[in-house]
Design a binder for this molecule. Sequence first.
Ligand code: HEM
Length: 707
Amino acid sequence: MFQVMTKLCAVVALSSKKNCGEISIREKKSFFPSVAKKKRNKKKFANLSKRNSDTKARITRTKYDWIQNARTGGTSYNVDGEPLVVVVQDERGQHGNHGGGGWADLVEESGGGTGERVFGAAKAEYSAQWADGVTRTVSDSETATAPRAPVTLAAFTRRALSSPAVLLHEARALGVFHVKWLLGGPLVAVASPKVATVVLSKHFQADRFALNFDAKSILVHNGPEHKRDKQILLKLFNPLPASSSASAKRPSPTLDNLIDHIHSRLNSEVFPELNTASSSSNLPIDLAPIFEELFVDVFALWCLGLDPNISTFNDDEAIKRREKIVDAKRCLANLTFIVPTGITWYFDRLRTFVPFTEYLMLPGHRDYLIRRNGKARARTIIDAEYIEIVKEYKESNGKRRGGLIGALIEETLTRQALEKSKEAAKEEQGGEDEQTNPKAAVDDDAADTVPEIQVKDWENIFGLLEDVQIAGQMPLYSLIPHTLYLLSHNPAAQKQILTDLSKLSSTRPISRSSQPQILPSLDAFILETLRTCPPLATTYSRMSATNRFKLPDGWNLPSKTHVAVDLLSTLRDVDSFGADADQFSPARFNGFLPYQPTYEVPAAEVNAAVKAALKIGDSTAVPLKTAFVPFGNGVYACPAQRLALDVVKIVVGEVLRRFEVLPASASSRAGENGCTAIIAGMEEFGYEHGGVLRHLEGCPVVVKKRK
Ligand code: HEM
């Protein structure tokens, strides 16, 4: 035990160094600032920018020097007054044909001396990455001698990192490939369902190892470790046997516990708050902070296996302790990621070495610095709770908490028992004299003592808890208020959903099993919200396995290029989603319900899609079903696709049953095309702090209690 504690303390010490920021409920509510506050923030930001302008100028200069030097053609122009530089790859497009390849070669070949300076550091990172033991292979049939077209790359302006409107606008101007800047090096973003189909397939490895190897487990693991963790999560989040029909939902205490937490919180806080708003005639209420609080707290309670119902604690001490833990979790969960878009964890690693303000200035960084200290304290509280969990496990004779922690402990024990029985079977096969039944031997052991869980397994469990909390809560508190906000501008859709909802028992809460296919109108509305307002702007980055890998239409990227899929632009591709891709039209999903999670699509179908996408000269669009990737696709796709949609349906359904949601102001764009007007330009949205899509005013609506 002492050893476990010591090692856990070491983990605590290590991780507390890198976590940061505290946020109270009050602060969190003010996340969506008033206009006056926004102005103040702008001023603060401007001052800080000035102080750091030297550093900023140096970085910008180096970056653009490099591009200019690397350029062998193409143009440099402005998008909305900001410089935007286009890089055209060598006309021969031969980066794939001379061994090492990579960006350094691209620069050298193009005659850019500056490139070496900028990429000195990047080169070192790359070799470290290749030393990570992950084998990257590509079969002969997937190689190409030379691409047909030169790769045109263009750098986004900085504003595209925080504004979906600018991201869409620039992505359109730049075409399939564009570049984001990361550590002074490029991250190529692709925006085409055809290319996304290939980049998200197994041929491209997620390479998150080198820049963030120390704390966030599955988000940083690759290869076998990632595979093992991912299998655990897929099993926990999808308790359906592959063969059964989608409507026959298997009970799962772990997932039902999450839904219980959500119902409990809706009843105790959200509905009373909406009731109050409803009685204060037509005063708008901001939905986004309400659901942000709900999900941060619910995920904290669920992950740590704390009871959904606080009244079961009858002593003040227990209540205080629980609140302290939830507060600390809330603090850690918020603002861990500070850079918009899905590539933010790189900065965790980077900030160990470089003061944040020196490498990237973004709105929000000042808040980040202020909150950093509070996070260290929160980290200590949570790590003490982890130690308590280990102690409880050891001392309570096998009695465990519920929630996600309970399920992960259970999984770990099952895996251990399986490994033990395999070992025993091996020994037996090896000609041992003793004729023992290995299974019985394991069971006998288990009956006497609580099976020991190794330190590395505890670390893995706690790592998974943190990953799931971060990965799960953010997209949910983005998507749910956005769905309700869009519904407030579409009374007809709201009416239809209410009609569907009336088919459910009005006295029982909506559950995982009660809501499956009888809410097609809500299903379609949610999917269309996901398509037009994807919570994550990009997938996590992938690395091209080889510089000879040919992408659709003959595009070729140098090896080891970091590639991410720009989901926002991809999900509006006209070829795949039709000429009305910029229209909000839930009906486009009518033929695709129920939604089939990407991990349930048969391998043969996936391979065929990749093959079709790779066909040179074939301009056929990727079909809607394959192009729809708000959860990513392939090995690193979201493992909770079905669960996420269930949660959104349950929460939105429960709110709509009780309240009518109306636009906050009379001038709002209500009616059939209201949603289209909102999503077309995306001016109302931003990528803030957490890296997820947020409505900048917090989704203001008026709520009216239903009779
Ligand atoms: C509407 C809600 C959600 C959306 C849109 C969403 C989207 C995504 C996306 C785009 C990725 C990255 C995929 C890639 O790089 O290709 C991802 C990964 C992930 N998501 Fe979700 N997600 C949602 C809800 C959830 C929930 C509720 C959970 C957990 C309960 C969850 C757990 C995860 C995890 C653990 C990963 C990392 C997977 C890996 O590394 O292999 N997500 N999600």
